[in-house]
Design a protein around this ligand. Structure first.
Ligand code: NAP
Length: 344
């Protein structure tokens, strides 16, 4: 796609992946409408090829104004790309997450994107050869404990994207899902702050049930905030997909996302449960853990032990990837070999 005469819209552009994507698309020659919620963010972002627009994606009036801005572009430029990136996150056990938080997550992470798509799709179709990018997450494929509201909203984004792709592909719009692993953005700090706030409202019984889990997730979130890859990596994947003549339907971003996607497709659900528990250092609370069964995913071929070494990477113990490669059984060749190949 040639970018010089096209408009690109990015929602959630004040920080993180959204901000990096705005900068990358502007650098590549798009006129970028950068969606932010606060005037001071708009003032900060305005620059060559970057035109900030105030848009809270849960506010129908502001979404309509964005569509109106595109319809009346002073230079008659067409909409070439829409990046649905805005998002919120929290960590809390299902039973301790207030319904208001479930609704807020779906309002921002799902319904807000639906609203933007409905408002901008006609312009994207009219522009010809349009790209519609939904920023999901590896959490939209593999759901870790305490990510209930977040993962559920991202699973919704995944299904929505498949439907949309099959509806509008024939109208010339290519729908692309981006599935990042851990990216170093302010999202992790915000999530930890909400986690602490919600933990303070939990009952004594809930504390007894979940304190070990919350402590494990706290540790993981802090580690991820520090060890995540830079947002530019995700922005580059997004911009490349937008400019690709034949983009893929899904792009994983980061080694952790690639590994988790592979593991979840190779192992049975019970094995993935054990994998997640071990990754977080959690032990079974009631009796012995169930023996892993493969019946829930008949095609699963790997064993937990065959992926224990890659598992160490996800747990943050990436001391020596060559040792990991050599410690994975090599005969008979199978899914583990494929995983090792991805690690190299
Ligand atoms: N960071 C990761 O590791 C990671 C991994 C997988 C997927 N993702 C996804 O990547 C996307 C961007 O997240 P990020 O990590 O870059 O986090 P971030 O830096 O916290 O950015 C989130 C953006 O969403 C905006 N936003 C929140 N609510 C909004 C609303 N109602 N309307 C419009 N914008 C709103 C925020 O604006 P304000 O500043 O005004 O709040 C901010 O610009 C999200 O969809 C997230 O789920 C992130």
């Amino acid at each position: 796609m040639t970018s010089t005469t096209k408009i690109a819209v990015v929602t959630g552009a004040s920080s993180g992946i959204g901000l990096a994507t705005v900068e990358e698309l502007a650098r590549r020659g798009f006129h970028v409408l950068a969606g932010v919620r606060k005037q001071h963010d708009a003032d900060r972002l305005a620059s060559r090829n970057v035109e900030p627009v105030i848009v809270d994606i849960t506010d129908e009036e502001q979404v309509a104004m964005l569509a109106n801005r595109i319809a009346h572009d002073p230079q008659g430029r067409r909409l070439g790309a829409l990046v649905n990136n805005a998002g919120v996150a929290l960590n809390a056990p299902v039973e301790a997450t207030p319904l208001a938080e479930w609704r807020r997550h779906f309002d921002v992470n799902f319904f807000g994107h639906v609203a933007v798509v409905q408002a901008l799709l006609p312009a994207l179709i009219a522009g010809g050869d349009g790209r519609l990018v939904n920023v999901s997450s590896i959490g939209g494929r593999v759901a870790f404990p305490t990510y209930g509201a977040y993962a559920a909203s991202k699973f919704a984004v995944e299904g929505f994207s498949d439907v949309l792709r099959r509806e509008v592909g024939r109208l010339g719009v290519k729908v692309i899902v981006i599935e990042p692993g851990t990216i170093a953005t302010p999202m992790w700090g915000k999530g930890i702050a909400i986690m602490d706030k919600l933990a303070a409202t939990m009952t004594a019984d809930q504390h007894a049930r979940y304190d070990d889990l919350i402590a494990a997730m706290h540790k993981q979130a802090q580690g991820q905030a520090a060890s995540g890859i830079q947002p530019l990596r995700a922005a580059t994947v997004i911009a490349d997909a937008i400019q690709s003549r034949k983009p893929r339907t899904r792009y994983l971003v980061g080694r952790d996302a690639t590994l988790l996607a592979a593991i979840s497709s190779l192992l049975s659900d019970h094995m993935v449960d054990r994998f997640v528990a071990r990754t977080l250092g959690l032990t079974a609370r009631l009796g012995k853990p169930e023996e892993p069964a493969t019946a829930d995913r008949p095609n699963a071929r790997a064993t937990v032990s065959s992926v224990e070494a890659p598992l160490a990477v996800l747990a943050g113990d990436a001391s020596d990837r060559r040792n990991i490669a050599s410690s994975v059984p090599t005969t008979p060749p199978g899914p583990a070999d494929w995983l090792v190949a991805r690690l190299k």
